[in-house]
Design a protein around this ligand. Structure first.
Ligand SMILES: Cc1cc2nc3c(=O)[nH]c(=O)nc-3n(C[C@H](O)[C@H](O)[C@H](O)COP(=O)(O)OP(=O)(O)OC[C@H]3O[C@@H](n4cnc5c(N)ncnc54)[C@H](O)[C@@H]3O)c2cc1C
Length: 401
C-alpha cells in the first residue's frame, strides 16, 4: 500500500519560503513539487538578517552547518542618531545573547541562503523543481488539487501551498482581499565591496542610523568581503513594484539632513535597486480546504524587524509537523497550522509597523526613543527580545501574548 506521503504536495513559489517548505516536508518523508514562475531559481543580490528563532528551525532541518559556513555573526546591533551621528544604543550579540536564545544572530547574502536551500532540494529524491511555470489557475476536488500554468502545463497534487510572495496569485483564490497596501516607504538596497567602505565602518556589526522619516542600515556579508547597504525613506510618489532600478535623486534629497558619514556612504553607490514597501493587516484564515498559504503570501510584513523570511521558515516547519500529526488529512492539517501560526505572525506584522514608526520618529518621539533606548542595559535589551527570538511553545503561540 502506498503511503499518503508519496502523493506530492504542490508548492507554488521557489523563494526562501517555498524551498524551505519542500525541505521541511521532505524531512518528514513527504514528496513535493515546487513550481516557480521565474526562468531560473534565484534570489536578489542583497543581505538578509537571521535571528536565533530562524536558527532554531534550521537546526530542525539539519541546515545549521551549511548556512553558518556562509554567514557573518555580528558582534553588536548598534543604533545611531542619523542627524547627530551619535551612538544611541548597542546590544552585544556575544555569549549572553547566544546563551539566552541558544542560537546566534547572523547576516547572510540572500543568494547564498537560497543556494543552500536549492541544493538541498535538488539532492532530495522527494522534491521536484520546475522553473518558468507561472501558475494562474487552481482547481480543488475531493481527490486533490490541479494547478495550471500559463504554458498549459498542469500539475496534480494531494494539496497545494501558495508560497508565491507578496503579490500572491494563490491568495486571490483563498482569501481574495485584493492587493497589499503600500506603506508610503521606499527602500533602496545595494551591495558594495569592502574596499568602497571607509575603514571605520568596515566593522563586524549590524549598524543602523535612525532619523526622521528615514533610516540607513550597514552590515558585512561574506566574511566581510561585501557590505550590504539599505536606505529607507517616506515618500508618497510610489509605484507598485518589487525589484526595479530607482532614481536616487529623491533618495539623496531625503537624506540631505543626515550626518556626514551616512551621506558619504550613500554617495559611494552608483547602482541602487528600489522596493516599494508593502504589507497587509493580519488575518487568521489563510487556508481553504487542501490549499494554504505560507510566508509573504500569508502574512506580508514591513521589514523593520527583519523577520519576513524568518516567519516563512517557521511556517514551513510548523506546516510539515501538522501534516504528519494529521496523518495527511491536509484540510485539517492546514487549519491546525494556521491556528498555531496566526497570532505569532500577526504580532510580528503589527510590531514591524510599530518599529517602523520608532525608527523614523522625529521631534519629541525621537527624543523619547533615544532616551529610552540609550538608558537601557544590554541585558534588559536582550530580555525584551524574548517574545521574538525565544523558544515558542508550539512555534505559533508565544508564551508572552
Ligand atoms: C528591504 C527588505 C529587507 C528585508 N530584510 C529581511 C531580513 O533581514 N530578514 C528576514 O527574515 N526578512 C527580510 N525581508 C523579508 C523577506 O525578504 C521576505 O519576507 C521573504 O523573502 C519572503 O519569502 P517568500 O518565499 O514568502 O516569498 P518570495 O521570496 O517573494 O518568493 C515568492 C516566489 O514565488 C514566485 N511566484 C510568484 N507568483 C508565482 C506564480 N503565480 N507561479 C509560480 N511562481 C510564482 C516568485 O517568482 C518568487 O520566486 C526583507 C524584505 C525587504 C523588502
Amino acid at each position: 500500500m502506498t503511503s499518503w506521503k508519496s502523493e506530492q504536495v504542490l508548492i507554488v513559489g521557489g523563494g526562501i519560503g517555498g524551498l524551505t517548505a519542500a525541505l521541511a516536508l521532505a524531512r518528514r518523508g513527504i514528496a513535493s513539487q515546487i513550481i516557480e514562475q521565474a526562468a531560473a531559481f534565484k534570489e536578489i543580490g542583497a543581505g538578509i538578517q537571521l535571528g536565533p528563532n530562524v536558527f532554531r528551525m534550521l537546526e530542525r532541518l539539519g541546515l545549521i552547518a551549511p548556512i553558518s559556513a556562509l554567514a557573518v555573526f555580528p558582534e553588536n546591533l548598534i543604533m545611531f542618531d542619523s542627524i547627530t551621528g551619535e551612538e544611541v544604543s548597542r546590544i552585544p550579540l556575544g555569549d549572553p545573547f547566544r546563551k539566552k536564545f541558544h542560537h546566534p544572530y547572523a547576516l547572510i547574502h540572500r543568494a547564498d541562503l537560497h543556494n543552500v536551500l536549492l541544493e538541498q532540494c535538488r539532492n532530495s529524491n522527494l522534491i521536484k523543481l520546475d522553473a518558468a511555470q507561472n501558475i494562474v489557475d487552481i482547481d480543488e476536488s475531493d481527490s486533490g488539487i490541479m494547478a495550471k500554468a500559463v504554458s498549459g502545463k498542469a500539475y496534480r497534487g494531494a494539496a497545494l501551498i501558495g508560497a508565491d510572495g507578496l503579490w500572491s496569485t494563490i491568495r486571490e483564490f483563498v482569501v481574495g482581499d485584493g492587493k497589499p497596501k503600500p506603506a508610503g516607504h521606499i527602500t533602496y538596497r545595494a551591495v558594495l565591496p569592502a574596499s568602497e567602505i571607509p575603514e571605520q565602518y568596515r566593522w563586524w556589526n549590524m549598524g543602523f542610523w535612525a532619523g526622521e522619516k528615514v533610516h540607513f542600515v550597514l552590515y558585512p556579508l561574506r566574511t566581510g568581503e561585501l557590505y550590504n547597504l539599505v536606505a529607507v525613506f517616506h515618500s508618497n510618489s510610489y509605484e507598485e513594484g518589487w525589484d526595479s532600478y530607482g532614481d536616487p535623486a529623491e533618495l539623496h534629497e531625503r537624506f540631505a539632513p543626515t550626518c556626514a558619514p551616512v551621506r558619504a556612504l550613500l554617495a559611494k553607490i552608483e547602482s541602487w535597486r528600489m522596493w516599494v514597501v508593502c504589507d497587509r493587516p493580519p488575518i487568521k484564515n489563510w487556508s481553504r480546504g487542501r490549499i494554504t498559504l505560507l510566508g509573504d503570501a500569508a502574512h506580508p510584513m514591513l521589514q523593520y524587524l527583519a523577520q519576513g523570511a524568518g516567519m516563512a521558515v517557521e511556517d514551513a516547519v510548523c506546516l510539515a509537523d501538522k501534516a504528519v500529526e494529521m496523518d495527511g488529512e491536509y484540510a485539517n492539517a492546514f487549519r491546525a497550522y494556521q491556528q498555531a501560526r496566526y497570532l505569532r505572525t500577526g504580532r510580528v506584522q503589527i510590531m514591524a509597523r510599530v518599529y517602523g514608526e520608532f525608527y523614523h520618529a522625529g521631534g519629541v518621539a525621537k527624543e523619547l526613543r533615544n532616551m529610552m533606548l540609550g538608558s537601557r542595559k544590554p541585558e534588559d535589551a536582550i530580555a525584551a527580545m524574548e517574545w521574538l527570538y525565544g523558544e515558542q511553545t508550539e512555534l505559533g503561540a508565544t508564551k508572552a501574548i
